[in-house]
Design a binder for this molecule. Structure first.
Ligand SMILES: [Zn+2]
Length: 382
């Protein structure tokens, strides 16, 4: 068993309609001016106005920064931090999927400690707690509301880097399933698979512990048992609730156990070809699961039981059965089968594999992996 420690210095509020808790949380932090980080997509469907309305109706001033883009860049972080400094706000609300959360965490670092966000690249470079941050996920999801990292794209180096510190973990999170009940099917599918992958990679990670196992197993049970129902009918409140909570528990699991080769490989796919994070992960998933099968210590059968359709005993489980089930899940959810289906070409594979090798995810992967292995996995997935 690995040595392990955990702390979850965060308040989580779950429930349909729990957005109404926002003012109490902000007032509890003594903040009468909040800086809201979100994006124009959420503005377009009225979610930003709804949240701002709840904040302002309680007599709290709200400054909005809505210029977050997918795979947010150093420049986006810096312009948000400038606006924050001018605003006089004393707390942060992150509203959205992973990208607004990444930006809000990064703004929290710069607002509290100054400098450039690249100064904090890597593990444990943030010297103390950032200012109060309330995270409100609108997808299920990245699990970013529960994680201690912010991923930022550096366009100068053409790579993504992470700021990893428990000092940037959001102070509060609100999980309101109503926010995901109007998601388009494609978003629900790719975000839901991503959340499942977070739990699965944490579960087979070399850094897994009994604590992360507990989080990952419950996450896989909730997501595996509900993802098809949820994508088919996002307005199903039970399925939406299961996805929201599952995504959060998966986030807690991977915050402590880290991820693996699926995420290592997917970040360069997004950085080089702009493929959505969840889609890139979902496509890579069966190939990496097949690669890792040699290192399976019996956990594949448990994962299989969380994700398979139907019930009843399974006799003579083989790892390939999990690979096939995950391919079937992708097909059921309309996820493309190959990287070439989403515009990826092989011209950068060597550099992409080198970038992937540079991440902590490869270290946590259950099967020891070389750069050559990663190139081979890209080729298989193409
Ligand atoms: Zn992910």
């Amino acid at each position: 068993m690995n040595t392990f420690s955990f702390k979850i210095p965060q308040t989580v509020e779950f429930g349909l309609g729990s957005l109404s808790r926002i003012p109490d949380i902000l007032k509890g932090e003594g903040s009468d001016h909040v800086f809201l980080v979100s994006d124009h997509g959420l503005e377009g469907i009225g979610v930003v106005d709804r949240v701002v309305g709840i904040i302002e109706d309680a007599g709290i001033t709200c400054t909005r920064f809505l210029d977050v883009i997918p795979n947010p860049t150093v420049e986006v972080v810096e312009s948000a931090a400038r606006l924050f400094a001018e605003s006089g706000a004393t707390s942060l609300v992150a509203l959205g999927g992973g990208s607004p959360m990444d930006v809000a965490k990064a703004v929290g670092v710069l607002a509290t400690f100054g400098g450039s966000i690249t100064d904090y690249e890597g593990a444990d470079k943030v010297p103390g707690r950032i200012l109060p941050l309330l995270a409100i996920p609108t997808t299920a999801g990245t699990g970013s509301e529960a994680t201690a990292s912010a991923v930022v794209t550096d366009t100068k180096r053409n790579c993504k880097f992470s700021v990893i510190s428990y000092n940037i973990l959001p102070t509060h999170a609100i999980l309101d399933p109503e926010l995901i009940m109007t998601a388009p099917a494609g978003v629900a599918a790719s975000c839901g698979i991503d959340a499942f992958i977070h739990a699965m990679e944490a579960y087979v990670s070399r850094q897994a512990s009994p604590f992360t196992d507990a989080m990952a197993e419950k996450a896989m049970e909730l997501i595996g048992g509900n993802i098809r129902k949820f994508v088919a009918d996002r307005s199903n409140p039970e399925a939406a609730s299961a996805m929201m909570v599952g995504s959060n528990l998966a986030g807690i699991a991977f915050a402590w156990a880290r991820l693996g080769n699926i995420h290592a490989l997917s970040h360069p796919v997004s950085a080089y070809f702009g493929v959505a994070h969840g889609v890139a992960n979902a496509i890579l998933m069966p190939y990496v699961v097949a690669f890792n099968a040699l290192a399976d210590t019996g956990r594949y059968e448990k994962i299989y039981n969380f994700v398979r359709e139907g019930h009843g005993p399974v006799t003579s489980f083989r790892p390939q059965m999990l690979v096939d089930e995950l391919k079937k899940l992708n097909a059921d959810l309309n996820i493309p089968e190959h990287l070439s289906d989403v515009g990826v070409t092989d011209e950068h594979f060597e550099q992409m594999a080198a970038d992937a090798m540079n991440t902590v995810n490869v270290i946590a992967n259950p099967r020891m992996t070389t750069q050559k292995d990663l190139v081979a996995l890209y080729k298989q997935a193409l």
